[in-house]
Design a protein around this ligand. Structure first.
Ligand code: PLP
Length: 443
């Protein structure tokens, strides 16, 4: 995998310069721009299995997996063949198809709390719709989310914590009205007491939305019993609980985090894996709740391309392959092997790290204290991660270009590829350590 640098001009840098002139920041989604690790992003020409090849002909073992969807690997032959056949039948009809029924059946069969489901086009759309539904069903306005959790870029979700526990939110982005942000309260993840207190001090709370295993501040698992507490507190106060399983759905288990932890939310949002690499999202829940959605009920939500036949086709092939429970055993073994290797490599180089993992989702944090929430996650040494990231990239390992993202292992990551990654990590941690020592000498 250690592809030597070519002598030709770096096409990625050329393309990034061109893109920056035409597209804000040169990218169509911010984290792709490598801003938090520095340098120009690699422009990708093709991908297959566990690897991606950039426009300069360098091949990388990929642990981003399009940010989660590619659990089968890139360009999976069965997915590609099904898509090829679907293409011949047309790409969108704006009328119902049998594929949408099959997709609904597959999701309902897999996810314990879902009795009915509505397809949308992205995870953002799924969480926005789920929140509108929760507000529509309860007739209440306020929502609670957790610091470090990401639920897409909907206005109500781009809100950060005010000061103190039960304060109201402040907009996280220009363009989000302050009046709207005030209806979103942000609490610390893994702190059930703060949630209990907030419910004691505020009425009018429609819903609590949570990533049951957080991926978006790096991988942060729930403390033992925490999700059960969140469930019982929301139940006690008649607020709806939304599990945002856009990342964890079909990733941690076929039935997602709710199956793994045995906690049943009222509404679940899905995305990423269920589209098999095509744009998709979904939200579902009990029949009683879901029948509030138009045209069955009064809560409006619609989409020109929702349930698109190509996305349904790629998603269905993917989900059918994930019926086999040995898939999740393989991902667990691969995750354990890689993370043990990463920990050993860091130790051998004398770099302090904490590696969090649930199944095939993981993050190595450059910190020496446990990472359980945003406060502890944000203490990680980002500049050390940046050096590690580039030292890995140089050796043909493509990690997330940010400390605060989860890595993903897929079924195409063979033991051989994992071992190559661990070997590269030994060198990369030494690069990080040498830099620390030189910096110390210069001081
Ligand atoms: C990726 C993600 C989203 C947003 O999905 P998009 O398809 O990018 O809009 C929402 N919630 C979680 C937990 C995610 O990981």
């Amino acid at each position: 995998m250690n592809t030597p640098r070519s002598n030709t001009p770096d096409r990625s840098e050329e393309l990034f310069a061109r893109a920056t002139d035409l597209i804000p920041g040169g990218v169509n989604s911010p984290v792709r721009a490598f801003k938090s690790v520095g340098g120009a992003p690699r422009f990708i020409a093709s991908a297959r299995g566990a690897t991606m090849t950039d426009v300069d002909g360098r091949t990388y073992i990929d642990y981003v997996g399009s940010w989660g969807p590619m659990i089968l690997g890139h360009a999976d032959p069965e997915v590609i063949e099904a898509l090829r056949m679907a293409l011949e039948r047309g790409t969108s009809y704006g009328a119902p198809t049998e594929l949408e029924i099959e997709m609904a059946e597959e999701i309902i069969d897999a996810v314990p709390s879902i009795e009915m489901v509505r397809m949308v086009n992205s995870g953002t759309e799924a969480t926005m719709s789920a929140i509108r539904l929760a507000r529509g069903v309860t007739g209440r306005n306020k929502i609670i989310k957790f610091e470090g959790c990401y639920h897409g870029h909907g206005d109500s979700m781009l809100v950060k914590a005010g000061s103190g526990v039960a304060t109201l939110g402040l907009p996280d982005s220009p363009g989000v009205p302050a009046a709207l942000a005030r209806d979103t309260m942000t609490l610390a993840f893994n702190d059930a007491a703060a949630l209990e207190q907030t419910f004691a001090e505020h009425s009018d709370i429609a819903t609590v939305i949570i990533e049951p295993v957080v991926g978006n501040m790096g991988c942060v698992p729930p403390r033992e019993g925490y999700l059960q507490q969140v469930r019982s507190i929301t139940e006690k106060h008649n607020a709806l609980l939304i599990f945002d399983e856009v990342m964890t759905g079909f990733r941690l288990a076929r039935g997602g985090a709710q199956q793994l932890y045995g906690v049943s939310p009222d509404i679940t949002t899905l995305g990423k894996i269920i589209g098999g690499g095509l744009p998709v999202g979904a939200y579902g829940g009990s029949r009683e709740i879901m029948e509030h959605i138009a045209p069955a009920g009064p809560v409006y939500q619609a989409g020109t391309l929702s349930g698109n036949p190509l996305a349904m086709t790629a998603g269905l092939v993917t989900l059918k392959r994930l019926r086999d429970s040995s898939v999740y055993e393989r991902l667990e073994r691969a995750g354990a092997h890689l993370c043990q290797g990463m920990t050993e490599a860091a130790c051998a180089a004398g770099v302090k790290t904490v590696t969090n993992r649930v199944g095939s989702m993981w993050t190595t944090f450059f910190t020496d204290e446990p990472v359980t929430d945003w406060d502890s996650s944000s203490k990680s040494r980002r500049e050390m991660y940046g050096r590690f990231f580039h030292a890995m990239l140089e050796q043909g390992i493509y990690l997330a270009p940010s400390q605060f993202e989860a890595g993903f292992i897929g079924l195409a990551h063979t033991d051989e590829l994992l071992d190559q990654t661990i070997a590269a990590a030994h060198k990369a941690f030494h690069v990080v350590m040498n830099h620390q020592q030189q910096a110390a000498v210069q001081m």
